[in-house]
Design a protein around this ligand. Structure first.
Ligand code: SAM
Ligand code: SF4
Length: 339
């Protein structure tokens, strides 16, 4: 098992396979997009697979593929199959905006993908188009349906709550009543350029005023669901929630098949339980989402031995910060880091 210098076990690796995306979510990317890294600056699948195998030797047990939008990278299904074959890896998951799932869900399942998390921030077609700057809600819903049809279980839906966008949170909770969907409301986070154009009425990808603490999210949901005769919502005890529990707090509603959850990276940060490292698409290990400190492992992967790759992993573990304090944004946006 790998431990960082604060005694935490590190067994979870999030790998960004691309910085490119087919959407432009207001909290993630500026409207004009970002300057894509040229392909030679991006790790090849072979390089990622070598890194992953070495990381598993160091104690990594779970991998999540993310981006940018991982499904826009050609050849992802084969990549999943090869990662799955790494001895010692327990599970491999994917975070996606679901637009391309109708095309790839079955192939991904056949390749051994364990789980999918789908990011979907509004069930109102106009708000969805505004949040994603042009996305079509029906495409994402088709992706969600396909994920369920091919048998991914659980399917988790990630909803980032942004105050000024006034999302209808109860509409998501209703989705979980008769379908095996775990809806997780995520606090909007200070990641990305604070000077870029962000959500409705604000300048900045990160705006403090748009942050909604998870306790307020639960209260809003509870009130709305009870008013519609669908409440109350009740806390689920740890161990009874969906597989791959992670840092979420879960809730159920009477007779619901799915669950509700909240993830509170800011209002109740879970740094003490943090078990993750990130690998960016351009080959840097990022020990903490909120810290711009990164460790170049691309050079070691291209020119060095496994021992040199191990040394970079060891340095990243040593320097993983104990906690995060800042609320001012980061140099690189979520799509470049790998959310
Ligand atoms: N494109 C894929 C997707 O959207 O699921 C994977 C990459 S995306 C960067 C990963 C996750 O980060 C998404 O669930 C997205 O909503 C979330 N995210 C991006 N920027 C965020 C922010 N500033 N605060 C909170 N979550 C954010
Ligand atoms: Fe793309 Fe995901 Fe970022 Fe939206 S959140 S712009 S889908 S990478």
């Amino acid at each position: 098992m790998a431990h960082d210098s604060h005694g935490r076990t590190i067994d979870y690796l999030r790998i960004s396979v691309t910085d490119r995306c087919n959407l432009r979510c207001v909290y993630c990317m500026p409207p004009e997009g970002i300057e894509w890294k040229p392909m030679e600056g991006i790790l090849s699948f072979e390089e990622i697979e070598r890194f992953a195998a070495i990381a598993v030797e160091n104690g990594i047990r779970k991998i999540r593929l993310t981006g940018g939008e991982p499904l826009v990278r050609k050849g992802l299904v084969g990549h999943v199959r090869r990662l799955r074959a790494i001895t010692g890896l327990d599970s491999i998951a994917l975070t996606t905006n679901a637009i391309l799932l109708p095309k790839y869900a079955q192939q991904l399942r056949d390749a051994g993908l364990s789980r999918v998390n789908i990011s979907l921030d509004s069930l109102d077609p106009d708000v969805y188009a505004e949040m994603t700057r042009g996305g079509r809600l029906q495409d994402a819903l088709d992706g969600l349906d396909t994920a369920l049809e091919v048998g991914f279980k659980p399917v988790k839906l990630n909803v980032v709550v942004v105050r000024s966008l006034e999302q209808d949170l109860a509409s998501f909770a209703k989705l979980a009543i008769d379908r095996p969907i775990h809806v997780r409301f995520i606090e909007y986070m200070p990641v990305g350029d604070a000077n870029a154009v962000g959500a409705r009425g604000h300048q900045g990808c990160w705006t403090e005023a748009d942050h909604v603490p998870s306790d307020e999210i639960i209260e809003t949901l509870g009130t709305a669901m009870s008013a519609q005769g669908l409440g109350p919502i009740e806390a689920v005890h740890k161990g009874q929630g969906p597989e791959g529990w992670g840092p979420a707090r879960y809730f159920t509603m009477p007779a619901s098949v799915g669950t509700l959850g909240v993830i509170s990276p800011l209002s109740r940060h879970f740094c003490g339980e943090c078990n993750r490292l990130r690998l960016t698409a351009d080959g840097r290990i990022r020990p903490c989402l909120f810290s711009d400190r990164e460790f170049d492992v691309k050079t070691a992967l291209r020119e060095g031995t496994d021992r040199e790759v191990n040394e970079v992993i060891a340095a990243a573990l040593r320097e993983k910060p104990e906690t995060h304090e800042q609320r001012r944004g980061t140099v690189r946006g979520m799509s470049q880091i790998g959310g």
